[in-house]
Write a new protein. Structure first.
Length: 568
């Protein structure tokens, strides 16, 4: 027994650790109490820095302590000489570096470090960049450090070209460095901007990037970083804000304007106005067709009675004002004769779905990319990233000609990645709608989207001037996007999977609605239709509610404006 080392039991070890933690908490609380006393007394002295340093060294995530510490340092900066302030800032940066060793992803430490550098008379930006490099070697995905690096680059004047070379180094070291790919996507449009002002990358450099990213996902097909970057490369760039379509009707006396992208009127200096025969319509109170959202593409305005005569020709002008548009983009005029019965005029500038022509070089590059991804799919069967990229490449090359093949790949994706099956099915619906709009640059009054396999509705803003729409025999479970159908008078939604009519109650001209063979079972399911003032004919045959007499009577009471209610 003598000379043997006594090994503590687990219970004894736990008790010792508990006492140690309790002692640390006691000291921390005492220090915190002392800090609050000094702060409340307005004491901005060296003792405050010493106490907060002791507390933050063990727990650098207490924002209150950093706030108090900044107040003390700011007082020091305001009252001391430049050399004294410089020495204090250097000492503070050394302390912060020790805190980062405790927690390299502390919001408070990185924020305080940027603040200290901003207040230092002679900040050492070169050393700061070296510090960022050191922490990124330790954790290449530390987004706090990446954000701090961008701050340092901006303040020190490091060129975007140099930073692009830095991302080259990080990516060549590890293709899985998502933060480097992201940073690269921000730098490329600056270093190699496209000449058309689209905000995209020059085509020559873009083609080089495809080769780089292809090497990455062939090296590790299951890493998502390169695949996300590849998807960004295939993007279309930001749509310019402009007027796309205006529509005006006499009954109801309403103007509708569609823009090329969602905006919030009155925000960021964006405003919309109309004039009739050169006379501005005063006090335009626009309503977003997408209720419950501040942003929208389709805006409507109830024109005051008497603005339009019963017969005669009117020149209607819509004007969009914003901080980033040229005059040619923000004015759209149209002239038409409004008949006395149901006068309406419309003019569409179908800019959003006109595909830009690809050069031979880009077409060849994307074709090679597609073949490479198909080869990868053969080598790595059922790789969801490869399958999804194949879909996106086919969309970029020939969306209409490859529609069937694209939908087949999306069906395969739903089986390979069942947890995201609904996403892939909805993506297929989005592609189908895009193709319809691409083929019909000028939509007719009647549009048929029957039996398309749609699981969701997209781009309904572009159907805003359609009067009759057939969406029968699809797989729709939600029609909230139908709120944009401001001119529809007849809507067919037979043989879908609807359980509610939410979205249909915002259609001011709807007269006839067919909902045969859906899953509507309660009065609440059709209650939104009570706000359709012109609804006269409603077909509910084949729904569960049609067999319940009590529900039927409640429906009649809830929708008194409906003259013809079909249930059997």
């Amino acid at each position: 027994m003598h000379g043997r080392l006594k090994v503590r039991t687990t219970a004894e070890q736990q008790e010792i650790k508990r006492k140690e933690r309790a002692e640390k908490v006691k000291k921390f609380q005492a220090g915190l109490h002392r800090v609050f006393q000094k702060r409340d007394a307005g004491e901005l002295d060296a003792e405050a820095l010493q106490i907060t340093a002791q507390l933050l060294a063990g727990n650098p995530d207490v924002s209150t302590l950093w706030n108090y510490r900044r107040a003390v340092l700011q007082h020091y900066i305001d009252t001391k000489s430049e050399d004294e302030v410089q020495a204090a800032c250097v000492e503070e940066l050394d302390f912060l570096e020790s805190c980062l060793r405790v927690n390299p992803k502390s919001y408070g430490v990185w924020h305080h470090r940027a603040w200290t550098l901003s207040g230092a008379p002679r900040p050492d930006w070169t050393r700061e960049l070296q510090l960022c490099d050191k922490f990124l070697e330790y954790d290449e995905r530390n987004f706090h450090c990446w954000d701090h690096r961008r701050f340092v680059v901006k303040c020190s004047g490091v060129s975007a070209e140099a930073e692009l070379e830095f991302t080259d180094t990080k990516i060549s070291t590890n293709f899985s460095n998502y933060s480097s790919w992201y940073y690269r996507s921000k730098l490329l449009p600056i270093v190699h901007p496209a000449t058309d002002g689209s905000g995209r990358v020059a085509e020559a450099e873009l083609l080089k990037e495809f080769q780089l990213v292809q090497n990455a996902f062939f090296t590790d097909p299951n890493d998502q970083s390169a695949w996300f970057y590849h998807r960004w490369l295939l993007g279309k760039g930001e749509q310019r804000l402009a007027l796309d379509c205006i529509h005006i009707s006499r009954d109801p006396c309403r103007a509708s304007v569609r823009l090329t992208k969602p905006v919030k009127l009155g925000h960021d200096h964006v405003s919309l106005s109309i004039s009739v025969d050169g006379k501005p319509v005063e006090d335009c109170r626009w309503k977003n067709a997408t209720r419950g959202s501040d942003y929208g593409m389709l805006w409507t305005y109830d024109v005051p009675r008497g603005t339009l005569t019963e017969r005669g020709e009117h020149v209607i002008t819509a004007e969009l004002s914003s901080g980033d548009n040229d005059d040619d983009d923000k004015r759209l005029s149209l002239s038409c004769t409004l008949p006395a019965d149901r006068g309406e005029c419309k003019m569409a500038m179908r800019t959003s779905f006109c595909r830009s022509r690809m050069t031979a070089a880009k077409t060849e590059t994307l074709t090679d990319e597609l073949e490479s991804c198909k080869q990868l799919d053969e080598l790595e069967p059922n790789n969801k990233w490869a399958l999804l990229t194949i879909v996106l490449l086919m969309r970029a090359l020939d969306p209409l000609g490859r529609e069937a093949e694209t939908l087949d790949y999306l069906s395969q994706l739903s089986e390979v990645d069942p947890y995201r099956g609904n996403y892939y099915r909805d993506l297929g619906s989005k592609f189908i709608m895009e193709n319809v709009l691409e083929q019909q640059q000028h939509l007719e009054d009647k549009v048929a989207l029957k039996d398309k396999g749609l699981t969701a509705l997209y781009y309904t803003e572009y159907l805003a001037t359609v009067s009759e729409l057939n969406l029968a025999s699809n797989k729709l479970t939600n029609v909230s996007q139908c709120c944009h159908l401001q001119c529809v008078t007849k809507l067919i939604l037979d043989d879908n999977e609807l359980e509610s009519c939410v979205g249909l109650g915002q259609l001011p001209l709807l007269v006839e609605l067919s909902l045969q063979n859906n899953k509507l079972s309660t009065v609440d399911a059709v209650a939104p239709l009570s706000t359709c003032p012109r609804l006269e004919r409603l077909d509910l045959r084949g729904n569960p509610m049609a067999s319940d007499c009590a529900v039927v009577e409640s429906v009649r009471a809830a929708l008194p404006q409906v003259r013809e209610l079909l249930l059997v």
